[in-house]
Design a protein around this ligand. Structure first.
Ligand code: URA
Length: 450
């Protein structure tokens, strides 16, 4: 078998066989098939696509390139959630303890911030002492004891994806539905999840801006996941403006903690309406995703019942306690964490004021995300450092009435220069209207297999 024939076959639009895909992926990981041939193949896939069966085989071959987390003996159901990424997208930090409090086990393997989107690992590492590189034994132990554990990928987690993603990034082949599907699902299978709720985002801050394209991705993920034996549901959700009020690393952890402990909300964000209403969209999406996790885990019959269970658990305080316990389990200090709430901010701070009277038509998530890279929330290259104390707090979201000179956001930068550079970008992210804009749906659609 020759790689050039496989590239040619895909270039002509032919469906590749299991043997051909195994040859390509194994050869790539072993270093016997060079990067330039794999890049050419990725470009052929980008233009020609893959059949559902072919996508499932590619996912399996990628999964087989590394080890799998051994979660045998841990009583399930092992249910995870994965988001395709956005700005202020922090539901994992609320969902993991919430799901655990209701009897699910969430083996969460997350990624880092890249480009305009944030990363769960960077957020968690803003908690002093918190360790996100758990050994497999630690991951198992914490998962079994606390009901969830949060770790990053190891060198052995789907090496084919690590290598292929780096090539795709440099060869303009990231935005290919079968390649994204195989990349996401191979990692989720490797972490040991039995069931998966996907949050597939569309809109300016999402990977796929176009809802129709995001829906195609959701369908591919759901069908391929089901072919690989996962119980799986996707929600198609809006990411036109940031989710919740905080964008940053510690800022987002803080917002999640506040959502788990509504009594604290006013202390965290002084002068604002107490309770989760301040993060209404964040809580709404969390409940919708949490309800599906419960359904897939056999704990709820319907989204309505799932939501009720989630609300009851939040009111009882157990998810909050599990969140704090996880901080301790992973190396942090809960008392220190609690003293940091509302104060752990960079000293380099600026207020962004409204330029007009009227209504906020839109706060462009991508523009905020891009400004966040400079502030220290995210990064352009995976090796760049992030700042735990940088970020943004939104005082207004789409639909809010506003007067000229009123604060729209507070920004904290890693240093003065980063803040000065971000201010015009942040000002440019707000769009105004004379009348309230029509409300946008947060969850557009649920997609199931079949
Ligand atoms: N996220 C992934 O993990 N892989 C992709 O290919 C795209 C987004």
């Amino acid at each position: 078998m020759r790689a050039v024939d496989i590239i040619m076959a895909k270039r002509e639009g032919r469906e590749l066989s299991r043997e051909e895909l195994a040859f390509l992926i194994n050869g790539f990981v072993a270093g016997t098939i060079p990067d330039y041939q794999v890049s050419a193949w990725a470009m052929a896939v980008f233009f020609r696509g893959m059949s559902p069966a072919e996508t499932a085989i590619l996912t399996e071959q990628m999964l087989n390139s590394g080890g799998r987390m051994d979660l045998s003996g841990i009583p399930g159901p092992l249910v995870d959630k994965h988001s395709t990424g956005g700005v202020g997208d922090k539901t994992s930090l609320i969902l993991a303890p919430l799901a655990a409090s209701l009897g699910l086990r969430d083996p969460m393997m997350s990624g880092r911030a890249l480009g305009h989107t944030g990363g769960t690992l960077d957020k968690l590492e803003s908690i002093p002492g918190y360790r996100t590189s758990l050994s497999p034994a630690e991951f198992r132990e914490i998962l079994a004891r606390d009901g969830f554990a949060m770790t990053g990928q190891t060198k052995d987690t789907v090496p084919a994806d690590r290598l292929l993603y780096a090539l795709r990034d440099l060869s303009a082949t990231v935005e290919s539905i079968p390649l994204i599907t195989a990349s996401i699902l191979s990692k989720k299978k490797a972490e040991g999840a039995e069931a998966l709720v996907l949050d597939v985002k569309y809109g300016s801050g999402a990977f796929m801006r176009d809802p129709a394209e995001a829906e195609r991705l959701a369908r591919s993920l759901v069908d391929t996941g089901a072919a690989l034996g996962l119980r799986i549901i996707a929600l198609l959700t809006n990411m036109d403006q940031p989710l919740g009020r905080m964008v940053g690393n510690f800022l987002e952890v803080e917002e999640c903690y506040a959502c788990l402990d509504p009594a604290l909300y006013d202390a965290v964000v002084p002068g604002k309406t107490p309770g989760p209403a301040l993060a209404a969209d964040l809580m709404e999406l969390t409940l919708e995703l949490g309800a599906r996790m419960l359904m897939l885990g056999g704990k709820a019959e319907s989204p309505e019942e799932g939501r009720r269970l989630c609300l009851g658990a939040l009111a009882g305080g157990k998810p909050r306690e599990l969140f704090l316990r996880n901080i301790e389990s992973q190396g942090g200090d809960r008392e220190q964490f609690l003293t940091m709430l509302g104060t752990y901010r960079s000293p380099h701070r600026a207020e962004i004021l409204s330029k007009e009277d009227g209504y906020i038509a839109r706060i462009d998530a991508r523009k905020l995300g891009q400004a966040g890279i400079g502030l220290g929330v995210g990064r352009d290259r995976i090796e760049d450092p992030v700042s735990p104390r940088a970020g943004l707090q939104l005082h207004k979201k789409a639909g809010a009435p506003v007067q000229r000179g009123e604060p729209l956001m507070t920004a904290w930068g890693r240093n003065r220069e980063s803040l000065d550079a971000a201010i015009p970008l942040l000002e440019g992210a707000a769009e105004y209207a004379a009348a309230p804009p029509p409300p946008e749906k947060l969850v557009m659609k649920e997609i199931r297999h079949g």
